[in-house]
Design a protein around this ligand. Structure first.
Ligand code: 3HC
Length: 312
């Protein structure tokens, strides 16, 4: 009987079909989605921290309002994604406990510091730009609740990237030499960690083959990384910044930009918890969880009272 269920599931995936929460699915498929969706949600929530560092120091009220809206969006993305992960049978409390204990991962990119205001623009342009590359294919993920969450998230991500690029254009075109230097310095610090966001090289990716077989991953890590580089080189030229890779050259035969070697030792060190801000980011999340305990208790007590009132 198990074989029949598996054969029917595979046939559905091969036909480009979608799986709903109530449908039968192999345990491994379920576990893969819980892992990926929950870590995606953790990335959104932790991703609020680097930018939150600049809300009180935004240069104008307009930039402050935009930054607040973007950070609020990331929180909302986290909620959509935790809700999608919960449809697979793990509770939000369990997922968050895995983050707080260090058991679950979140995107390596958020373990780098935001040193100047230019970092906020570069995060919008490059980090959200990379996130869009990696998230658009997820709108067609075979697990339908995840795909639906991604459609809403991708709409907001394009605003995130545009506002970042716009802030950088303002600094580059109307700014001082010092401000232009801030932008170039931020690009130099964020470029390589953004390429690492797409994950390890395909040859070292333990999950890619199975995730592509199941229609969870529609493109490989290297494919999306290359797409991001190809799209970003021109944007950097328009902006008037250089990318910190002397080997970046157009390859006429490949019709892609060739780029230099990525420091995978740094990637695994950051993923392993030893990046510039890992300890600070996790401590901030644990503190927020502890400080918020009274709100959760009050909400539960209120809900229990409401329920008791209705059953009287
Ligand atoms: N940071 C941390 N861990 C990473 C990583 C990264 N940038 N890239 C890969 N890894 C981890 C994987 O999670 C996996 O570890 P695990 O088995 O413990 O989960 C291991 O490295 C092997 O990598 P694989 O490529 O084999 O793993 P995946 O098939 O899961 O691919 C992925 C990694 C491409 C990130 C995929 O999980 C994915 O597409 N996730 C959903 C999208 C996402 O999380 N994007 C991150 C950014 S979210 C964001 O930027 C918010 C935006 O608003 C700014």
């Amino acid at each position: 009987h198990q074989q029949q269920l598996m054969a029917r599931f595979d046939a559905r995936i091969d036909d480009g079909g979608f799986i709903e929460a109530k449908d039968w699915m192999p345990d491994h498929y379920r576990r893969t989605l819980i892992r990926q969706i929950s870590q995606h949600a953790h990335s959104e929530i932790v991703g609020m921290l680097p930018e939150g560092n600049w809300v009180t120091r935004a240069p104008t009220l307009k930039r402050k309002a935009i930054l607040l809206a973007k950070i609020q969006d990331e929180g909302g993305h986290g909620l959509y994604l935790y809700a999608a992960a919960e449809t697979l049978g793990r509770s939000r409390d369990e997922l968050l406990a895995d983050l707080h204990s260090g058991k679950a991962k979140y995107s390596s990119i958020f373990n780098y510091p935001t040193l100047t205001w230019a970092d906020v623009g570069v995060i919008g342009w490059l980090v959200d730009g990379a996130a869009i590359m990696n998230q658009v294919p997820l709108c067609r993920c075979s697990y339908a609740p995840y795909a639906r969450a991604m459609v809403r998230i991708c709409r907001e991500e394009s605003f995130h990237q545009r506002q970042g690029y716009d802030a950088l254009l303002a600094m580059m075109q109307q700014g001082t030499d010092a401000q232009r230097a801030l932008v170039q310095d931020a690009v130099n610090r964020w470029w390589w960690p953004c390429l690492m966001m797409f994950g390890p090289p395909d040859a070292e990716s333990v999950h890619t083959a199975q995730s592509m077989r199941w229609g969870i991953k529609r493109n490989s890590n290297d494919e999306l990384r290359q797409k991001f580089v190809d799209a970003t080189v021109q944007q950097a030229q328009v902006l008037g910044v250089s990318l910190p890779d002397p080997e970046l050259t157009w390859n006429e035969t490949r019709q892609h930009w060739d780029f230099g070697a990525i420091d995978w030792e740094e990637f695994w060190r950051v993923v392993g918890g030893d990046g510039p801000c890992n300890a600070e980011r996790l401590a901030a999340r644990v503190k927020a969880w502890d400080d918020g305990a009274w709100v959760r208790e009050a909400a539960l007590a209120h809900a229990a009272k409401e329920q008791a009132r209705q059953t009287q």
